[in-house]
Design a binder for this molecule. Structure first.
Ligand SMILES: *[C@@H]1O[C@H](CO)[C@@H](O)[C@H](O)[C@H]1NC(C)=O
Ligand SMILES: *[C@@H]1O[C@H](CO)[C@@H](O)[C@H](O)[C@H]1NC(C)=O
Ligand SMILES: *[C@@H]1O[C@H](CO)[C@@H](O)[C@H](O)[C@H]1NC(C)=O
Length: 589
């Protein structure tokens, strides 16, 4: 199996044919210069926001990275699991590529995350959902303010960052550190992901409650690489292997046929919200695998689906920002989160504009790797924006059309960087947003994630990639989606209920398998062993392994009336292992 954890540079097969259809806003050399200067500013920008010595994060202890030094309007002076994981993923890649000065900081990140995982917080205790809390105070204490919680992408993203590091350690005589220090963190994050992937939560923008494409894509990647890492370390990873294909199965439902609808299972009232959202581009770049082909099922950056989606999402911003006025189709535009966004008035973001470039650089790497570009009916409109006369077909490397495609896509990607350059202030500070009308920086200053995006985008432009996460052997969804029940545990419920002969007792609760709280959809228990001294009602029910839920018992009187148990809901979590069993003994209250 392909398992190099070394960062490598793919051969440059770039043909420098210039297309007549679009000329870059800046010459490549101007972009190169910007990348050198802004790259340096970005790495320093990240370090300034980090403990223990960050100039802009004076009270952050080692390993903690603040989202932004901004303490009001907006207050981002906290640490987010997501932003930290994506930032350290970029730093770990950079460390593996040779910047050994980063290893101390990476080890500090590892310790800080082990600590934070142990905090009880409004999302739960460490083993009952707390890992899904998105935001912590800079001093490593629980953030108790009201917030959009839980957010289930954090544990998965942290698994990815830490797995890349753990694999590198195993390859460099660091097996003990990988096993004793890093695996315990990953193990908890994976247990969280196995338990909760099939439940709703808030999306990465902390606005929409439902099932998020970004969260599930990150979960799929984490489960796949976690399974492999567990095997390398000879550790169990209960439920990981059976959950991964089910997550992939579910992810297929986000595809509308022409773009990715980024949030489903929502109770969103806003009909105007199309679901076109740059978080789908962030998903493609996060799950980019340099060893993958252009797989549609995993939405790889060069897949027809991801390219059609790139066009749908970027086009959705063409008419909404005045700074995009007059920009022709096929030329880069300023990209925000989603066109209906109202946060700070709804503006382009640096990290989403950079992501639009990064997906294209990733695609170029994948095309070079597979030595061809395939233009399908689905991706044709994307390619036609760049090369108006192109037709569907397979273009082998070495052909002139292949060369024109690579050149046009590189130019288009550079054009997104030029857009960022145009709206970056002279000191290189990257805020969260830039104004839709004037292009001036807006909202949080020095956003760590903006700087991290700059690093990853410029790495990909230079054809520097991280290790494979195993996409080539994990890209086929099963034909039937079973959800969390793909890994079930058989639970025996024994409850003692004194009632009259011929009355029934049912169990009903939070899961589909026990009726989703619909009294008439519960499961009837067996009263055949009932005696006056042992009034037993019992039943075996297959439930999703490791998934906590609430329930109650109901008595049905002979006249058909129902009587609910009094008191608060009962709670139970089946064991995590697929095919395991459990026994619950209850007494009617
Ligand atoms: C990189 O940035 C740091 C901090 O902003 C600065 O001191 C240094 O001179 C820069 N180095 C280069 C090569 O530009
Ligand atoms: C759980 O998975 C099933 C099967 O893929 C899917 O239909 C359902 O919408 C999922 N629900 C949530 C909340 O993830
Ligand atoms: C109770 O059980 C009997 C059979 O034992 C059944 O005929 C009846 O429909 C049940 N009533 C309810 C409310 O489930």
């Amino acid at each position: 199996m392909f398992h190099s954890t070394l960062l490598y540079t793919l051969p440059v097969a770039l043909l420098l044919a210039r297309t007549v259809f679009s000329s870059p806003a800046n010459e490549p050399s101007v972009i190169d210069e910007f990348i050198t200067t802004q790259g340096n500013i970005s790495i320093h920008g990240i370090i300034a926001n980090m403990g223990p010595d960050g100039a802009k994060a004076p009270d952050a202890p080692a390993g903690i990275v603040v989202a932004s030094p901004s303490r009001s309007d907006p207050d981002y002076y906290s640490t987010w699991t997501r932003d930290s994981a994506l930032t350290y993923k970029a730093l770990i890649e950079r460390f593996i590529a040779g910047d050994t000065s980063l290893q101390t900081r990476i080890n500090e990140y590892v310790s800080s995350q082990a600590y934070i995982q142990g905090l009880s917080n409004p999302s739960g205790d460490p083993d009952s959902g707390g890992l899904g809390d998105p935001r912590f105070n800079v001093d490593r204490t629980t953030f108790t303010g009201g917030w959009a919680r839980p957010q289930r992408d954090g544990p998965a993203l942290r698994t990815t960052a830490l797995s890349i590091y753990a694999n590198w350690l195993i390859d460099h005589d660091g097996q003990t550190q990988a096993l004793d220090t890093i695996w315990p963190i990953i193990e908890k994050d994976l247990a969280y992901t196995v338990r909760y992937w099939n439940q709703t939560g808030f999306d990465l923008w902390e606005e929409t409650y439902g099932s998020s494409f970004f969260t599930l894509s990150a979960s799929h990647r984490a489960l796949v690489e976690g399974t492999t890492l567990a095997k390398r370390l000879s550790q169990p990873c209960p439920g990981c292997e059976s959950a991964a294909p089910q997550v992939l199965c579910f992810i297929q439902s986000f595809w509308t046929g022409s773009y990715i609808d980024t949030n489903i299972n929502t109770n969103e009232a806003n009909e105007a919200h199309t679901g076109k959202d740059a978080s789908s581009i962030l998903s493609s770049i996060h799950t980019f695998d340099p060893a993958a082909k252009c797989t549609d099922a995993t939405f790889q950056p060069c897949s027809s689906r991801a390219l059609a989606n790139h066009k749908a999402v970027t086009d959705s911003f063409r008419s909404v920002y005045s700074i995009n006025n007059g920009i022709d189709q096929g030329r880069a535009v300023a990209v925000g989160r989603y066109s209906e966004d109202l946060y700070y008035g709804g503006n382009p973001w640096y990290l989403t504009t950079l992501a639009a470039a990064e997906q294209l650089y990733d695609a170029i790497i994948q095309w070079s790797h597979q030595d061809s570009v395939i233009v399908t009916d689905l991706s044709l409109p994307f390619f036609r924006d760049l090369l108006p006369s192109i037709a569907t077909g397979t273009y082998e490397s070495g052909s002139s059309t292949y060369g024109s495609i690579i050149s046009a896509v590189s130019t288009y990607a550079d054009d997104f960087i030029a857009m960022v350059q145009k709206y970056t202030p002279p000191n290189g500070g990257l805020a969260e947003q830039y104004d839709r009308n004037t292009g001036s920086p807006l909202s949080a200053v020095d956003l760590t994630w903006s700087y991290a995006s700059f690093l990853t985008t410029s790495h990909r432009r230079a054809r520097k990639v991280g290790p494979t996460w195993g996409e080539p052997t994990s890209n086929t969804p099963p034909t039937t989606c079973l959800g969390a029940l793909a890994c079930s545990a058989r639970i025996t419920f024994n409850t003692h209920v004194t009632n009259s002969f011929h009355e029934n007792v049912t169990i009903v609760g939070q899961l589909d398998q026990i009726g989703n709280w619909g009294p008439e959809n519960g499961i009837r228990l067996d009263g055949s062993k009932y005696t006056s001294s042992d009034p037993l009602w019992y039943g075996d029910i297959d439930l999703p392994a490791g998934t906590p839920f609430e329930y109650k018992y109901i008595k049905w009187t002979s006249s058909g009336e129902i009587v609910w148990e009094s008191g608060s809901n009962r709670k139970y979590t089946p064991p995590l292992e697929c095919g395991s069993s459990g026994i619950v003994n209850d007494l009617w209250t």
